[in-house]
Write a protein that binds this ligand. Structure first.
Ligand code: FES
Length: 100
């Protein structure tokens, strides 16, 4: 498993960006007490979703205001049409992990 961050690093309404070895960015969210992880890079352009806003369970891209469902990665608003990759999260000893 890959450790992303401590649960305590997360807060509701904020996206926590973690950079993996090789520079791949993961966005980690705390939503109604549950942790979710998606790719940080928007599927529409070169935007970091960690710079976006969380609204109603969706992450709104800071560039063109497209959005994705944080739980499923589904594209919810144009111009986004390609789903965002999501990661199954496991909490181990108070830290957020994803499968390699
Ligand atoms: Fe994200 Fe365009 S780069 S909506």
């Amino acid at each position: 498993m890959i450790r992303l961050c401590a649960i305590d690093d997360l807060s509701e309404d904020e996206v926590h960006r973690v950079e993996l070895d090789g520079g791949h960015g993961i966005a980690v969210y705390l939503l109604d007490g549950e942790v979710f992880a998606t790719d940080d890079l928007c599927t529409h352009g070169e935007a970091s979703l960690a710079e976006g806003e969380i609204e109603d369970g969706k992450i709104v891209c800071p560039f063109h205001l497209g959005s994705f469902d944080i739980k499923t990665g589904a594209a919810c608003a144009a111009p986004c049409s390609i789903a965002l990759k999501t990661y199954a999260v496991e909490i181990i000893d108070g830290a957020v992990h994803i499968a390699p």
